[in-house]
Ligand binder design. Structure first.
Ligand SMILES: NC(=O)C1=CN([C@@H]2O[C@H](COP(=O)(O)OP(=O)(O)OC[C@H]3O[C@@H](n4cnc5c(N)ncnc54)[C@H](O)[C@@H]3O)[C@@H](O)[C@H]2O)C=CC1
Ligand SMILES: O=C(O)[C@H]1O[C@H](OP(=O)(O)OP(=O)(O)OC[C@H]2O[C@@H](n3ccc(=O)[nH]c3=O)[C@H](O)[C@@H]2O)[C@H](O)[C@@H](O)[C@@H]1O
Length: 439
């Protein structure tokens, strides 16, 4: 079986490599020539654990190819996945220009029946727009080649993307064409090792499922951040409360970790987009508006604690920051809370020395530029700093040498934005620790 994956980013590259790994012939397509050249030379454009190994292995075996030529890639392919970005437009709605450009190009270049499956996160009705764009392009050619559209939203998490793709909780397929359903069933057979994991539904429901899933997860996080902030005020311990509620399977113990707010390329944009969709239909998603508001505020919580300790004016002060990426195990800086915290500290007159195990190049080139001093290692960031701010919970930050930390910092003072440090233990070592609602 042969497929094309158009858009070779976090989702397209991982999906393409994983499909190739189970024996499918895959061509990953991108308009970014440099990215394609890098991949052909075994250089990964993103950091994702386990990705390099399966990309290189499958490229060498010939099952995985990289190209900038969409027309060639879809020749003989049963499915063309659209996996390009859907960034927020100015009004918060998902910008579909990349998705529809690909649909148009497929319509221009297809030569046989093909299933065009949208993997990008797209609002309800996009399936119809994709169908329209392909049909339009075919009409312009005077062609009536048959095709089908499908919605196949992706649920992988960055930092665990390969694992998530190879062992999905579920595979959602929105489809309204029997032939297309059969093709998708065959394609996903290798991922169904234990039991039936495909959920078939109509296309709008599949599109909505993706937004509902991300919105629910974002809701859990904002809810817990709100509760943790209250815990702090009333003298309760958010860690204990988290354990206490998480043990109820109806609530579950995942995604209820308070912190400095959710970031990343998806929760912020998808929550905005679904709110916008609802507005277009005259409906107010009040819960999700609150989720977004709480998250916007939560990104300021750590800097506010710094100011509550030192005062509003931080002129001449230096802060060490451990972690820049929006979560561990990724170099992705999109909507990373670190950016908001850095801006706030700088606006109050402070300077920031930062260290992140993998995201510093990305931060330097695309997001933070020269807003911070980038350090060689975690300890280097502490030299002459007035306090340490833990922003991303990379494993290597969990058990540092407290003796060294205490010697390098000017004050034994820590602002722990992810609740990874034991406040009581550190107190015995002479550290003062502020965190998100735990004792
Ligand atoms: N990043 C993630 O963890 C997840 C993302 N998604 C969704 O998947 C979609 C893609 O997200 P990412 O992979 O993060 O985006 P990305 O920005 O990493 O990658 C998109 C790629 O598409 C390419 N592209 C743009 N226009 C093109 C065209 N006309 N032809 C060929 N290539 C083109 C870009 O050059 C880029 O390499 C988004 O809708 C996102 O919401 C869904 C689940 C997880
Ligand atoms: O649509 C997407 O792109 C993806 O969005 C999220 O994945 P991702 O953004 O990669 O990472 P998450 O692990 O979900 O973390 C998102 C943010 O929430 C924060 N978070 C997560 C969990 C938690 O308990 N507390 C918390 O603050 C993380 O620090 C991070 O900033 C979803 O988990 C994926 O299922 C989905 O496919």
């Amino acid at each position: 079986m042969k497929i094309a994956v158009v858009g070779t980013g976090y989702v397209g590259l991982v999906s393409g490599a994983c499909f190739a790994d189970v024996g499918i012939e895959v061509t990953c397509v991108d308009i970014d020539q440099k990215k394609i050249e890098k991949l052909k030379n075994g250089i990964m454009p993103i950091y994702e654990p386990g990705l390099e190994e399966i990309v290189v292995r499958n490229y060498k075996s010939g099952r995985l190819n990289f190209s900038t030529d969409l027309g060639e890639a879809i020749q003989g392919a049963s499915v063309a996945f659209i996996a390009v970005g859907t960034p927020p437009g100015e009004d918060g709605s998902a910008d579909l220009k990349y998705v529809l450009a690909v649909a148009d190009e497929i319509g221009q270049k297809m030569t046989d029946y093909i299933v065009v499956a949208t993997k990008s996160t797209v609002p309800v009705t996009t399936g119809e727009k994709v169908r329209g764009a392909i049909k339009n392009a075919l009409d312009k050619r005077g062609s009536d080649l048959p095709f089908a559209v499908a919605s196949n939203p992706e649920f992988l998490k960055e930092g665990a993307a390969v694992e998530d793709f190879l062992k999905p909780d579920r595979i959602v397929i929105g489809v309204d064409d029997e032939r297309a359903e059969e093709i998708m069933k065959r394609l996903y057979k290798p991922f169904q090792l234990s039991g039936e994991r495909i959920i078939y539904m109509d296309i709008p429901s599949a599109e909505m499922t993706k937004y509902a899933a991300n919105s629910m997860l974002a809701t859990k996080i904002s809810f817990m951040n709100d509760i943790a902030n209250l815990c702090e005020k009333v003298g309760a311990d958010a860690n204990m409360v988290r354990k206490g509620i998480g043990s109820d399977p109806r609530i579950g113990n995942k995604f209820i970790y308070p912190g400095v707010g959710y970031g990343g390329s998806c929760f912020p944009k998808d929550v905005k987009a679904i709110i916008k969709t609802a507005k277009q239909y005259g409906y107010d998603l009040r819960v999700l508006q609150a989720v977004e508001d709480v998250n916007d505020d939560q990104k300021h919580v750590l800097a506010n604690k710094v100011k509550a300790h030192f005062g509003e004016d931080l002129s001449g002060m230096t802060f060490a920051m451990w972690g820049l990426s929006f979560k561990p195990n990724t170099d992705d800086m999109r909507e990373a809370p670190a950016g908001v915290i850095i801006d706030e500290l700088r606006a109050a007159g402070a300077t920031v020395k930062a260290y992140d195990p993998v995201a510093m190049e990305e931060a330097k080139e695309h997001y933070l530029f020269d807003k911070v001093t980038y350090c060689n290692d975690a300890y280097d960031a502490l030299v002459d700093a007035d306090a340490l701010l833990l922003v991303t919970e990379w494993s290597e930050f969990r058990i540092p040498s407290w003796e060294v930390v205490g010697k390098l910092l000017k004050n034994k003072l820590i602002f722990d934005g992810r609740n990874i440090y034991d406040k009581k233990y550190l107190k015995t070592l002479g550290f003062e620790v502020y965190n998100i609602g735990t004792k």
